[in-house]
Design a protein around this ligand. Structure first.
Ligand code: IPE
Ligand code: IPE
Ligand code: MG
Length: 247
């Protein structure tokens, strides 16, 4: 470990990308890639529990993913539903708290109900917080936060000049969760694709070409090792951080 090395990240956020290309390489339909990707999710969740990571945020479906062919979208919805059915009890048994963030009103009534039930079942668990982003967009999250605040202004409860960064943070979907320390994107693209925009202002980024179905615990360890060697300065100088460590 280096002088300012970081411990294991408290919060890891992942864009699980490359399912479609993985399937294409194998001359299989894209959906097979999503199914394989689900296996990776299981392995990574398990590893995060083992490493004592506190929060794992996974981008499962973006607000832009509705633009995909209808068939792929409906298969993804079905996969989400099946995964919840199969995994909710296991998550609960492992003391994992499941949360789903995003605009859930666009999902079918039965899927919404299922999400609700799974969240309720695991709500009092004290282990890993597994935060699934579904029909989530970072811009949407900021908008819905600002709307809540604007309502308070309208009702006279809050003055415009009292609106603060903290207030916006506290009205986001991730209100009671610390910001991500480490952001990982698999599949080779180096972009944020409207994930946790506000929350990732000071997150460390890690990009890998590995396609999500091929990502595994060793790859996660590599990402964490990279994170561990970074100096997070938050605007300060390296010397200032050294002084803090010495003090
Ligand atoms: C990510 O994999 C999963 C979702 C967006 C649901 P992709 O489906 O985007 O895979 P590629 O990028 O086409 O390979
Ligand atoms: C981002 O992946 C969303 C998810 C992984 C769920 P995409 O593959 O949809 O991202 P873009 O559109 O290529 O940026
Ligand atoms: Mg993609």
């Amino acid at each position: 470990m280096t002088e300012h090395s970081q411990p294991v990240p408290h919060h890891i956020a992942i864009i699980m990308d490359g399912n479609g290309r993985w399937a294409k390489q194998k001359f299989q339909p894209r959906f097979m890639g999503h199914r394989a990707g689900l296996k990776t999710v299981e392995a990574i969740v398990k590893h995060c529990v083992k490493l004592d990571v506190k929060v794992l945020s996974l981008f499962a479906f973006s607000s832009e993913n509705w633009r995909r062919p209808g068939k792929e979208v409906s298969l993804l919805m079905e996969l989400f539903s099946v995964a919840l059915k199969q995994q909710a009890k296991r998550l609960h048994k492992n003391n994992i708290q499941l949360r789903v963030i995003g605009d859930l009103t666009k999902f079918s009534a039965s899927l919404q109900e299922q999400i609700q039930q799974s969240q309720l079942l695991t709500a009092n668990n004290t282990g890993l917080i597994l935060n699934i982003a579904a029909n989530y967009g970072g811009r949407w999250d900021v908008v819905q936060s600002v709307q809540k605040i604007a309502q308070k202004v309208q009702s006279g409860e809050l003055a415009v000049e009292d609106i603060s960064e903290q207030m916006i943070t506290d009205s986001l979907e991730t209100a009671d969760i610390a910001e991500p320390d480490l952001f990982i994107r698999t599949g080779g693209e180096q972009r944020v694709s409207n994930f946790l925009l506000w929350q990732m202002a000071y997150t460390e980024f890690f990009f890998t070409d590995t396609l999500w179905p091929n990502f595994n615990v060793d790859a996660l360890d590599d990402a964490i090792a990279s994170f561990s060697n970074r100096e997070r300065r938050f605007g300060r100088t390296s010397e200032q951080l050294q002084e803090q460590t010495d003090a």
